[in-house]
Design a protein around this ligand. Structure first.
Ligand SMILES: [Zn+2]
Length: 261
């Protein structure tokens, strides 16, 4: 039987890849303080505006073999990858949430996470311009969404923001230098607003394990004072919490606390 569910999953994938194309623009322009809507995308080399038929998410990059049609300047493989990633995440969001209010909240959250993660990778910053409205949208969503508790979201903001702030403060006292960026603190507060306070320990734990693993690997190559962007690990962990948090928690409880049913 041909299942309607998969048609919608496909539609959300396409919808997501179009927003991924917007994310590419935002990743480049927001750190420069430029508008994300105007002017239209141009080639960095010859400044020719990119025509609509050369701007099809994912596909155009491959059709043009990653080069500008006018001057041959190459475009990074990251553009189609960001579009693919956003498409996959939108499809996954629809698949796991379905037609609920939370789907709209989740799509906004995913788009924001994709944008801040790549900005953090490029510039080691998480712009307040995205995380602060994110916190507000998350709290408004919790108020409007009958399936969510406002108090849960507020506690998420306090725990997410407060916990990292405390670690950053202690680190500052001990080492007399900033270890964790203020951007990460606001990002985690935003995650608390959207995912609720229960998500925070999971996100921090998971991000620390993956982040310190990658950090150690990099240290060997570059020496001890390497700064790694923590935002992408927090984003990855928040998404894993949303899509598989329940399964992983059950699994964990079964292994370590088998007497609890
Ligand atoms: Zn060009």
């Amino acid at each position: 039987m041909f299942d309607q569910l998969w048609v919608w999953v496909g539609i959300f994938f396409i919808f997501g890849s179009i927003w991924g194309s917007f994310a590419n623009v935002a990743i480049v322009r927001i750190p420069q303080g430029l508008s994300v809507v105007a002017p239209r995308s141009r080639c960095n080399g010859c400044k020719t505006p990119i025509r609509w038929f050369d701007n099809i998410p994912i596909l155009s990059w491959f059709i043009l073999k990653g080069k500008c049609r006018s001057c041959g300047q190459s475009f990074s493989i990251r553009y189609p990858l960001v579009e693919l990633l956003t498409g996959v995440l939108f499809a996954l969001a629809f698949y796991s949430v379905g037609w609920k209010f939370y789907l709209a909240e989740l799509l906004i959250f995913i788009l924001g996470l994709v944008i801040v993660s790549f900005i953090d990778i490029d510039h080691f910053i998480i712009p307040d311009k995205i995380s602060l409205p994110g916190i507000i949208i998350g709290l408004v969503g919790a108020t409007l969404n009958p399936e969510r508790e406002v108090l849960d979201a507020i506690m998420g903001v306090v725990l997410g923001g407060g916990f990292l702030w405390m670690i950053a403060y202690v680190y500052y006292i001990l080492r007399k230098q900033e270890g964790m960026g203020g951007g990460d603190i606001k990002l985690l507060a935003w995650m608390g607003a959207v995912c609720g306070w229960r998500a925070i320990p999971f996100i921090i734990l998971f991000a620390s394990i993956v982040g310190s693993g990658v950090g150690l690997f990099n240290m060997k190559k570059k020496g001890l004072q390497t700064v790694i962007p923590f935002g992408p690990y927090l984003a990855l962990s928040a998404l894993i919490y949303i899509f598989a948090g329940h399964t992983i928690t059950m699994w964990y409880l079964k292994i370590f606390f088998p007497w609890l049913e």
